[in-house]
Design a binder for this molecule. Sequence first.
Ligand code: PGA
Length: 269
Amino acid sequence: MEVIVLDDAQAVAQKGAGLIAGLLNSKPAAVLGLATGRTPLAMYHRLVELYKERRVSFADATTFNLDEYLGIDAHNPQSYRSYMDREFFHHINIKLANTHLPACAERENPRHVGPRYEAMIRDAGGVDLQVLGIGQNGHIGFNEPGSSLGSRTRVKTLAERTLKDNSQAFEKGEFQPKLAITMGIATICDARKILILATGKHKSQAVAATVEGPVTAWCPASILQMHESVALLVDQEAASQLKNRDYYALACRENEALHQRFGQFLEDV
Ligand code: PGA
């Protein structure tokens, strides 16, 4: 895992957007795995700027989001479809038909969504780059602690901690779904490259468990230690409980020299 500690959340957004734009410049028909939540927002906004500056095009890109709530429809402003349209897709030149979320149609059996989504990802050639946030409890997607490390896209019940963390997005008395359909941990690990973002002190424990803890279903993000190509972008606060920080900083400096000569994890724009 390449641990890249940056000054602040803005630098994380900037770097993340640069890497995604770099991928699209080298592979215009790339398949992106995308995440929702507070963390990637600034990165999406930076990508919109890059698009407006004509430094990236999404015309041939395909996207698969990690998860979608079960029990609210796509038009509900709380759905992740609405989030993605509002914050990102409606401001770039992506074809909406090429953007996918594991949404369950009305009256559809939610258990049928997962296998269908897996097949769609496979048919698209697999995910080139998966963007992830980390929950305070170490979840990735809605794979809550205890999720099978071999899991595939399926229905999950959200943990109390997740419901509490996400409740800020809901008005008092507004319906907050307790179920979601999420890519599984094995689905996520099939991506060729993974880019995880974490910012803020409240993420520091989960970041330390992800990078330096044991590989365990108790911290689903720790499985990423087994993946061959992961970059973790963190700000100083999210990195504050990492024991090996000096080493990561040293490795970043050394890698920088190598990157300049031979290319990197992904080329920045
Ligand atoms: P957040 O969520 O970006 O809103 O903190 C991250 C996550 O739950 O994966």
